[in-house]
Design a protein around this ligand. Structure first.
Ligand code: ADP
Ligand code: ZN
Ligand code: ZN
Length: 743
């Protein structure tokens, strides 16, 4: 006998309110998670429809009181069925309850007060506004924010408040000032509307070059033959990927189907959005993480009603309820933000491909530095690889120099700035060109390395850096390997061994001391604390208000600065020595992006990368901008140590406020894994990278196996155990398949 849990009203806040029904024998083969079914309901056995959200062979109620499903609806399958099916897959594939999965894919209408929205409207004529603008620009040191707002209002007489303040980065002081002068007025309105359609400014009609055209043709030829696949566009920065996406979208929309475009939040810039608006106008809607659940719900409703046909947003946009989804585009597909940090820890790429399979849609992935996972899929033919090898507008890539910091030390230079970088900075200041100095500081810097020979102390089993703790021990957070920090370098005997101490603040001091005339801006977690801190700093730098921008990885993503001709990377080693198997890949991506910042405009660019490991393949390959050589060496490393994509990896975290509970539960889970007999490689239990966070202890176990299904089997056994066990009540356990960030 099998039973189905059925949900009746999916727009209800309590998704866990399900009813159990018997699945009659003749319906066994047609009732699945996601099926829409007709059931007798209530005292009068009124026939109503519901959705199957779970199937089980153990009833949770008295079987004699259960009614049976009447029939399965097959006439027209509503989008909800597809999304529930997707949730069922996510639950199985990533580990979560059905309720957690449903909450991820189905937007819930929460009661909330309608928020007031504001618009900014030009009160004077466009001609008058042009005169105002001319007068403003004639003044020295005039407000660039005011200039930008006026220019935009001349193009669009009405602008969304959020667009102006967030995307155009204009302060409310500027707006108030123009309002006081009766140049603009603020209008209030309640319901949500798209920002006004963009103008010709962004409607640049480009003629695709041959490379772009053949990329488009490849996808569309398959598409018109109803072959729906996953494509990976590997295109250098500026190769015109966005134009390719839009051309493909055009055709898919013309066929009456809908499109989802995923973009990492950080790249959701005003310019990018305007390009989409210019091309597709009112068909487009945008999701962003600043929206309230109610606002998101409204956008999803519009999608369902067919009012829009393009949804652009971060990973949650993937669940837009389009009835006839035809295409999913994932830009910058390598970005780690595509992996969810909350349960279920789904990857947007895999989930998109599964959803596309249900909807008979194609998926287009794009990146200048594809993830090793995706590139491996392209190599084995699962995805189709498309290359765009040159920049569309013909600019050259920046020249790149790698500076060996060991030689700097040997030559007596102990500064954070190498001699090369000092000279280059001086040169740019003289030429009045801008520089960016980048101090990559991802996560905590706990690795121990030698400043004389560059060697790094690594785990002998896992080949990732050991992490130094306050008690003087160095530990591996994959397998738990534990050793004392040596007092001299095991390789060369030098005493210059220790953790890397460098901060953006210190870097700023050094640059100010050495170049007193330079105007310096710093962007890091401290300086961007205010609500718009991030945008203000970037806008100010873009407006030429500083000569040097110092910052963490925040500065290398997104924005384009035409006058930047020098990018300096202070210590590429920091990301290289993360205790994580992605460290080489992240370094390659970050450096490629950093190098890509220089020389975006008409002047040639130069990049200087400082490192203690100039021979490391990730550094050599990024300096040469050679993805292929990076990939060959990276995949060899993954194969040797059985890291994804060479094998699959399941991370299990056990957390508790009580150390004994966490340890006991972790050991118990380890036993279960061993009993599963899957011939997996099991690491740990070990302390997590951050072994104690906010008074909660965290233990981790990693399981590696080539066969994903074996890991799912292990997860299922552990889930069953967790439901039954009573001994470790004060623990929580969660799963992470093919973890992206194990720090
Ligand atoms: P990517 O997304 O690969 O970084 P974009 O699509 O943003 O590249 O294109 C980079 C720049 O080149 C943009 O300013 C774009 O308008 C321009 N561009 C793209 N394709 C062409 C083309 N075929 N001809 C001229 N300019 C182009
Ligand atoms: Zn050494
Ligand atoms: Zn180890």
């Amino acid at each position: 006998m099998i039973y189905a849990d059925i949900i009746i009203d999916i727009s209800h806040e309590k998704l866990d309110k399900t009813f159990q029904y018997i699945v009659p024998a003749h319906l066994k083969d047609v009732v699945h998670i996601g099926s829409q079914v007709v059931i007798p309901f209530g005292k009068g056995d009124r026939a109503i429809t519901g959705y199957v959200v779970d199937i089980t062979d153990t009833p949770s109620f008295d079987v004699t009181k259960l009614k049976a499903i009447a029939r399965v609806v097959t006439e027209s399958i509503p989008i909800e069925s597809q999304l529930i099916t997707l949730a069922g897959w996510m639950k199985r594939h990533y580990g979560s309850t059905m309720n957690q999965a449903l909450r991820t894919v189905i937007p819930i209408k929460k009661k909330e007060a309608a928020r007031e929205k504001k618009k900014i409207r030009l009160l004077i004529s466009r001609e008058q506004a042009q005169i105002e603008l001319n007068e403003l620009c004639a003044r020295k040191n005039h407000s660039v924010g005011k200039e930008r707002l006026l220019r935009e209002l001349i193009d669009n007489e009405v602008l969304e408040w959020d667009l102006v303040t967030k995307n155009l980065q204009i302060s409310s002081a500027v707006i108030r000032d123009l309002e006081a002068k009766a140049i603009i007025a603020l209008d209030f309105y309640r319901e949500y509307r798209n920002p006004v359609a963009a103008t010709d400014n962004y409607r640049k009609k480009v003629t695709l070059n041959d490379m772009q055209q053949s990329a488009v043709d490849k996808v569309l030829t398959d598409y018109s033959n109803q072959i729906y696949k996953t494509y990976l566009i590997h295109g250098v920065t500026g190769s015109g990927k966005t134009e390719v996406y839009m051309e493909i979208m055009d055709k898919v929309l013309a066929m009456g189907r809908q499109v989802i475009v995923l973009i990492p939040e950080i790249a959701l810039t005003y310019q990018t959005l305007m390009r989409f608006y210019a091309r597709f106008g009112d068909k487009v809607s945008i999701l962003n993480s600043k929206m309230s659940p109610g606002e998101r719900f409204d956008q999803f409703e519009r999608a369902k009603k067919g009012e829009i046909s393009v949804m652009i947003g971060p990973r949650s946009a993937l669940f837009t309820p389009f009835e006839n989804l035809g295409l999913i585009i994932i830009d910058e597909e390598h970005e780690p933000t595509y992996k969810s940090e909350v349960i279920p820890r789904y990857h947007a790429r895999e989930t998109a491909i599964y959803r596309a399979g249900l909807a008979k849609a194609s998926v287009v992935l794009g990146s200048a530095t594809p993830s090793v996972e995706s590139y491996a899929m392209a190599e084995n033919g699962t995805y189709e690889l498309i290359n765009l090898e040159k920049r569309a507008a013909g600019q050259a890539m920046a020249a790149c120099e790698v500076v060996d910091l060991r030689e700097e030390l040997a030559a007596g230079n102990k500064s954070m700035l190498s001699r090369s970088l000092q000279l280059a900075l001086k040169d740019r200041l003289e030429k009045k060109e801008q520089s960016m100095v980048f101090l990559n500081r991802r996560g905590l810097m706990g690795f121990v390395s030698c400043r004389a020979c560059g060697s790094v102390i690594k785990c002998p089993h896992c080949d990732v850096s050991l992490h130094l703790h306050n008690d003087g021990h160095m530990r591996c957070h994959y397998c738990g390997f534990d050793t004392f920090k040596p007092t001299s370098c095991p390789d060369c005997g030098s005493k210059y061994i220790g953790t890397f101490k460098a901060g953006t603040q210190r870097l700023e001091e050094i640059i100010r001391e050495q170049f007193p005339s330079a105007r310096v801006l710093r962007m890091d977690a401290d300086t961007t604390r205010g609500k718009d801190g991030h945008d203000e700093i970037l806008a100010s730098f873009a407006a030429g208000e500083a000569d040097v921008l110092i910052g963490t990885q925040m500065i290398v993503k997104g924005h384009d600065f035409a006058n930047v001709t020098l990018v300096g990377v202070i210590a590429a080693d920091i990301s290289l020595n993360d205790s994580d198997y992605h460290s080489g890949e992240r370094t390659f991506q970050l450096l490629t992006q950093a190098v890509g910042r220089a020389g975006r405009g008409s002047k040639a660019g130069e990049a200087i990368i400082q490192t203690y490991q100039p021979d490391n393949y990730a550094i050599v390959a990024s300096a040469a901008q050679d993805y292929d050589s990076f990939y060959r060496q990276e995949i060899a490393y993954r194969r040797m140590l059985h890291y994804p994509p060479a094998a699959h990896m399941l991370g299990i975290t056990i957390a508790s406020e009580k150390l004994e509970q966490a340890t006991g539960q972790a050991n118990e889970i380890k036993n279960i894994i061993d009993r599963c007999n899957t011939r997996s490689n099991v690491l740990g239990p070990a302390d997590a990278y951050i072994g104690k966070l906010k008074d909660v202890y965290r233990k981790v176990i990693y399981v590696k196996n080539k066969d994903y299904n074996q890991l799912v089997f292990i997860k299922d056994q552990i889930e069953a155990y967790l439901l039954e066990q009573k001994q470790y009540r004060n623990t929580s356990t969660w799963f992470d398949f093919d973890p992206i960030n194990t720090l």
